[in-house]
Design a protein around this ligand. Sequence first.
Ligand SMILES: Cc1ncc(COP(=O)(O)O)c(C=O)c1O
Length: 367
Amino acid sequence: MINHRGPEFAALLDDITAGLRWALRTDNDVLIFPASGTGGLEAAVVNTCSPGERALFCTVGSFGDRWAAVGEAYGVDVVRLAMPPGEAVDPEDVERILAENPDITSVFITHNETSTGVTNDIRALAAVVKSRGKLLCVDSVSGAGCIPLETDAWGIDIAVTGSQKGWMAPPGVAMVAVSSAAYERSQTARCPRFYFDFAREKKYQDKKQTFTTPAVAVLYAMQEGLAIMREEGLEAVWARHARVGRMVRAGVEAVGLKLLAAEGHRSDTVTAVHSPADSPEALKELLTVLRTQYGLVLAGGQDSLTGKIFRIGHLGMIDDADVYTILCTLEQGLVDVGLRSRVGLAAAAAQSASRAREAEPEPAQVR
Ligand SMILES: Cc1ncc(COP(=O)(O)O)c(C=O)c1O
């Protein structure tokens, strides 16, 4: 390991934070903490809220629920906007809740909900939150660096992400982009905190150090991941994820499987699929065959979705060839466990989806 209070570390930190600003599209500080993504979620809460203070937590799945639970653990007066599995947050609901609860000071929203494969329209949601002058915190653990996230242009005060997702590095570093309004809020926020205190961390990171011992080895991996991303170009990274997402969805649907996420909100980094099996045990058998016979690891569902869905992760270092492998293997596994009788449908659908472009989204309405 290098001396983390010496010049090599200063250069490493400088390079990484410049890369993160580039990837998160922000001129704000991006603080790094030795922690998993959940540490970043906790940092956002404890630096912006006080016990008893009302805050809105919009949740579309397990990770949104987790963020609200962090708020509750610190005594925040949590107002929950919870959507059924597969649905996204509707900006009109946020608008209504903020109108009904003028004492809400901050809004917490998941960008890309990994447990359901839903991507929220952060641009539209941010427009509502910012028009009411609230602080906006976004969990983009599994979105940032893969799908568009315009931290400054959309007015995001705190954006959280984690090294093990789109950054193509091992787990162990949480990254938190912090606006000047969020720093200002942290001066009056009274939630107890020590490890994740923004003010102290900023003081150190301004000196090109970190308060505690940093996760040096993970940071080297992140530096390489960012270099790979810079070589490809950010828009190209986004376009590749959009293409891969389209291919996975087309392939899965061609086999007659049903997607969990509502149309228009389907994630380009993770696809959640309704179980084709008639029992949780039969789904488990499929996932076990895929893992043990073919080395394909697909995730099951979490919490209330356990035994009901499976999930395909497709973020970071992934390209068309990986998608074909995943889809063909999935089809073969379905045949092996008797849930399908033939293979060969998914790859063809994925191939045409790789060339097709999904309809461009409607331009945002001017409010
Ligand atoms: C959207 C989202 N938020 C938060 C987390 C929590 O991150 P970690 O498991 O690194 O603590 C995850 C992890 O997968 C996630 O996908």
